[in-house]
Ligand binder design. Structure first.
Ligand SMILES: *Cc1c(COP(=O)(O)O)cnc(C)c1O
Length: 391
């Protein structure tokens, strides 16, 4: 049996799939690691009968290895790596929707996704309805609705919308459910197992895992993935083979990284919750989190992202960030290094204070992308930075 078939076969664990699926066939003399193939084009017969390979088509050998690995990780029929997470979302929605069609999406979304849905899709004649409460999904559907879109978990409050009623609605009404599961990774949550049609990732984050590439993924039914490939060919946001190679390298350690990040984040969340300078901690693994019960049912791990609220509001939070030495202040997430940011200055800078409060982003909110460092060192750095805020 070919190595990738063996790795994709039932029973092989997630880490095994992350290392082996799609990999080089282990015959004597073959390289152990996939070579980088920075070739734009590939030799052909004068009158080719088979598939024409071209790097913009997502058919470069580095793309193909990734496609097999990502489909195996998500339990999807097929997958396609593209040039960014933003491209993955845009191409997936364009594969389902054209002028006159309609999308129903959760209100709380990654900023780039919100902009795409509020500014770009309407210009193409695609209507969008945003949903704030679970009971609004069903009533928002129209005859021309072609996609339901949700992000799990939600940035930065780590709310966990229950995907199961949405999957039932999707099945009843025949409208596919698309899930951006960037924050969860397939290690913690695989939406297709719960009835989603399509999974989208910003592979820039955990899948790459080293803050050194920009990439995205669409995984789902083979027919849909071919539609997405059609959009990729037309709009052109292909993944560079060098970045594809780096992403494959990163994916091999996905499970060990994410499990370490899960453990670190859970320990920091518990420690922060007991800290006198901290008003509140947002982490789905804490019993105090609003969606703890849903997260326990859906997730294999609670993730490496957490939020905490410093007593004294945004000024106090800015002071805390200014005292950090090991943790660095930067947007983005999912890398091996711990990064902190304040959503009021980054993802939610365009929202008013009232809008932020309505989304659960209190004054003094700090988002942490917990890395793989020794958790004691992370805790000590946070302790030193928080100490002067204890009143
Ligand atoms: C970063 C991110 C994106 C966009 O991904 P890029 O790779 O930056 O284009 C989409 N969704 C979520 C949840 C993200 O965190």
């Amino acid at each position: 049996m070919k190595r990738e078939e063996a790795a994709a076969a039932g029973g092989s664990g997630l880490s095994t799939r992350a290392v082996h699926a799609g990999g080089v066939e282990p015959v004597p003399g073959a390289p152990v690691v996939t070579p980088i193939v920075p070739s734009a084009t590939f030799f052909n017969e004068p009158a080719p009968t088979g598939e024409v390979l071209y790097t913009r088509y997502g058919t470069n050998p580095n793309h193909r290895v990734l496609a097999a690995k990502l489909a195996a990780l998500e339990g999807a029929e097929a997958a396609l790596p593209v040039g960014s997470g933003q491209a993955a979302t845009a191409l997936a929605l364009l594969a389902y929707c054209g002028a006159g069609d309609h999308v129903v999406a959760a209100r709380a979304l990654y900023g780039g996704t919100s902009t795409l849905l509020t500014r770009e899709l309407p210009r193409l004649g695609i209507g969008v309805t945003f949903v704030e409460r679970a009971e609004q999904w069903a009533e928002s559907l129209r005859p021309e609705t072609r996609a339901l879109f949700v992000e799990i978990p939600v940035n930065p409050t780590l709310r966990v919308p229950d995907i199961r009623p949405l999957a039932r609605l999707s099945a009843e009404r025949g409208v596919p459910l698309l899930v951006d599961a960037t924050f969860a990774t397939p290690v913690n949550f695989r939406p297709i197992e719960h009835g989603a049609a399509v999974v989208i990732h910003s592979a820039t984050k955990y899948l790459g895992g080293h803050s050194d590439l920009i990439a995205g993924v669409v995984a789902g039914p083979a027919t849909l993935v071919e539609e997405v490939r059609g959009k990729l060919k037309s709009f052109g946001p292909a993944l560079d083979p060098h970045a594809a190679w780096l992403l494959e390298r990163g994916l091999k350690t996905l499970a060990v990284r994410v499990r370490q990040q899960n453990g670190n984040a859970e320990r920091l969340a518990r420690w922060l919750e007991a800290h006198p300078a901290v008003a509140r901690v947002h982490y789905p693994g804490l019993a105090s989190h609003r969606d703890h019960a849903v997260a326990r049912e859906l997730f294999d791990g609670f993730g490496g992202m957490l939020g905490f609220v410093v007593h004294g509001g945004d000024d106090a939070a800015v002071r805390v960030l200014g005292r950090l030495r090991l943790l660095s202040v930067a947007p983005s997430l999912g890398g091996v290094e711990t990064l902190v940011s304040m959503p009021c200055f980054t993802s939610h800078a365009a929202s008013s204070r009232e809008e932020r409060h309505a989304l659960g982003i209190d004054d003094g909110f700090v988002r942490v992308s917990v890395g793989i460092e020794d958790v004691e060192d992370l805790r000590d750095d946070l302790a030193r930075a928080l100490e002067p805020e204890v009143k």
